[in-house]
Design a binder for this molecule. Structure first.
Ligand code: UDP
Ligand code: MG
Length: 334
């Protein structure tokens, strides 16, 4: 009789999975790589060390080469010749991490699927703890960073602001300090693969699907080699994508700003009328008119800008272009 557990995230009963049905659990690691020649070897070695001691966990490593120009693909192919558990999906150019992850999720064949960064900032050892929770019956196991001391102060602060704003303006709550590194059941990946949108903010989509969720904590180490692919500007655009993907509050707020400004103008109009009735015609007012006109002009442009953000996204979404293009898949028979 399977054991019942109380879910740690939501207060519901979770049915323990019957693992006798699948004694060797197939785990798919989904690894997007973009110019990571310095780390792919280290990554594979570390993953091997973790999983080769663990006979109950079978793995495949799905690398998505996201248009690398530094010989990462050749390196991956040579690693594959020594280990047939590697599968390589070579995209036709750099499509960005979100698209690469989308490609990887579609390729992965395992019973559970783990998106993971190649730079070893997401420790593969943690996957064993995640699998243990999956066996207890959870469909999603999040990995939460308990310390971000390796991130710069600016990155930590802006990340904090992003979560604060996002979780207030959007109906969808993003768990804080949780990246793409997580374990998900096949069923969860199937749902993600069916989502039709072409602009994919994975953090949001992963949270949107829901399912029974548990969390493990870890210390996020520094990048093992190479450098971060996310500049400040790229992160800013990423944040805008996140906000607009799951909320229309930035659009709606203009209704209220417009209402408040109209109300203020009406009150000010009344004030001027009374002023003229009591004190007579008062011609000067150049400064106040100029300030009002420029202020309202700025406000209107801001509003149009926000509408533009959404319109642009609707425009791209309406084209229904594929999220990524595969140049070639490299697989060995196992
Ligand atoms: N990545 C990618 N395509 C890109 C940018 C990044 O596939 O356009 C991959 C990268 O190779 C790494 C992961 O996404 O495996 C996370 O990137 P990075 O470590 O640079 O991000 P950070 O940890 O600094 O947020
Ligand atoms: Mg990193």
């Amino acid at each position: 009789m399977p054991k019942l557990h109380k879910d740690r995230a939501a207060d519901v009963d979770v049915m323990q999975r019957d693992i006798s049905v699948c004694p060797v659990l197939q785990v798919s690691l989904v690894v997007p790589v973009f110019n990571e020649i310095d780390v792919v070897g280290l990554f594979v070695e570390r993953v091997r060390r973790v999983f080769d001691d663990n006979s109950s966990l079978g793995i495949e490593i799905v690398f998505i080469n996201d248009g690398s120009t530094d010989g990462t693909l050749e390196k991956l192919i040579s690693l594959q010749s020594e280990d047939s558990r590697l599968r390589i999906v070579d995209l036709s150019r750099n499509f960005g991490k979100e698209a690469a992850l989308t490609a990887g999720l579609q390729m992965a064949m395992g019973r559970v699927i783990v998106p993971i960064d190649v730079d070893l900032q997401d420790p593969p050892e943690l996957i064993c703890d995640m699998v243990a929770l999956w066996r207890e019956g959870y469909d999603v196991v999040l990995a939460r960073r308990i310390s971000r001391s390796n991130d710069t102060f600016a990155k930590r602060t802006t990340a904090k602001w992003f979560y604060w704003i996002h979780n207030r303006v959007s109906d969808l709550v993003l768990p804080e300090n949780v990246g793409d590194f997580r374990l998900m059941d096949r069923a969860v990946a199937d749902v993600l693969n069916q989502l039709p949108e072409t602009q994919r903010f994975m953090k949001g989509l992963l949270a949107w699907v829901g399912f029974r969720t548990a969390t493990v904590n870890y210390d996020r180490p520094e990048r093992s080699a190479g450098s971060s692919k996310f500049s400040g500007w790229r992160l800013w655009n990423f944040a805008l994508e996140g906000l607009t993907s799951f909320s229309t509050s930035p659009l709606r707020i203009w209704t209220y700003i417009g209402g408040a400004v109209s109300l203020f103008s009406f009150a000010y109009g009344l004030f001027i009328l009374l002023h003229v009735l009591i004190g007579g015609v008062d011609v000067p007012g150049y400064a106040s008119i100029l300030v009002t006109v420029t202020f309202l002009g700025g406000l209107q442009l801001l509003g149009i800008g926000v509408i533009g953000e959404y319109l642009g996204r609707t425009y791209f979404e309406s084209k229904r272009r594929p999220v990524f293009v595969v140049r070639r898949i490299y697989e060995l028979d196992r």
